[in-house]
Design a protein around this ligand. Sequence first.
Ligand code: FMN
Length: 191
Amino acid sequence: MSQDAPLKIKIITASTRPGRIGPVVTDWIAGVARERAAFDIDVVDLAELDLPLMNEPKHPSMQDYQHEHTKRWAAIADEADGFIFVTPEYDFFPPASVVNALQYLLLEWSKKPAAVVSYGGVSGGLRSMQVLRGLMGNLNMVALSKSIPVPFVHRMVKDGVLEPNEAMIDGAKLMLDELESWGRGLREMRG
Ligand SMILES: Cc1cc2nc3c(=O)[nH]c(=O)nc-3n(C[C@H](O)[C@H](O)[C@H](O)COP(=O)(O)O)c2cc1C
């Protein structure tokens, strides 16, 4: 694989409930990320993926998956060079959907960078982001520090489109710079 080839980045919408705002936030960061030639962006919606609560009999390190939903999810993660998780905060925590989706797999995450765009009320989902970054580290991902909290997310949406503030625009640039640099470095390291 040429080191100049675009990095395959999966942007994952974590929330799954009807009426969720998650896809609006994903649309925003996906639009910004698509402006970079360095990235080949795919959007993945956990609601569409529809993973049940973890039901694989074997430890994910064996990669001996029994179910089609796991094989599908593993193929998506495996081909990726990096990730952006777009997550709400539920009870100061990431939603079960994204914890479940991460724990389905192991080696597919390894030595890959992961950024987080979190959202919520006054906290911008920061507590959720930090818990998620801890889990990512345990899965041998590089959890980027340059991630973006979006406070009062509902106030930023006009006609179904998220209108970012200055801090988010600046934050997105820093986050995507870091994702690109770690993405390239780790891709070379994985060989
Ligand atoms: C079960 C639940 C728990 C929530 N807990 C928090 C929270 O801890 N912090 C916060 O800022 N917002 C919280 N909220 C409000 C969410 O920020 C808001 O509903 C947001 O739209 C959730 O994202 P979603 O629409 O993509 O599901 C909670 C919402 C739900 C449904």
